[in-house]
Write a new protein. Structure first.
Length: 146
């Protein structure tokens, strides 16, 4: 067995981990958000939970898969074509990661701190997006006297 063959095996393992993260994490998020939907008090937040956490799972899975691509390109296949393909993959995954971050948080990644700290309309949108719609107010009935 050669070194590059061993590294290719490592790359396949890392890619497998990325696939497990995507599929397993997606299923876990689906199960948990379904459980939230079945609880009537948490039903309104189930959709927001699903979107937020599925986006995080996809982002993590993409990061793991890009590690495999980097290892393959840097160690195994060091041709100009493979470097160009890696650069294209990195750019596409960066755009996807930013798109997912905006979808999850509701603001651009570089504006999140400003939106949260500034108390602006963006911060309100950020918190509404993270917390989901406010649940309907509960009325507490005080016991009536004798």
């Amino acid at each position: 067995m050669s070194f590059s063959h061993n590294v290719e095996d490592v790359v396949q393992v890392v890619e497998g981990v990325g696939i497990v993260v995507l599929v397993g994490g997606g299923l876990l998020v689906l199960v948990h958000s379904s459980a939230l939907y079945l609880i009537s008090a948490r039903r309104a937040n189930a959709y927001y939970y699903f979107r937020k956490h599925l986006g995080r799972v996809i982002t993590l899975g993409l990061e793991v898969l890009i590690v495999a691509d980097i290892i393959r390109t840097v160690i195994v296949d060091q041709t100009p074509d493979s470097v160009a393909v890696l650069a294209t993959i990195v750019v596409v995954r960066i755009v996807l990661s930013w798109s997912l971050a905006v979808e999850i948080d509701g603001v651009w990644p570089w504006k999140k701190r400003q939106a949260v700290a500034g108390g602006s309309q963006e911060a309100d949108k950020y918190y509404r997006h993270h917390e989901g719609p406010e649940p309907p107010p509960t009325t507490s009935r005080s016991p009536q006297g004798p």
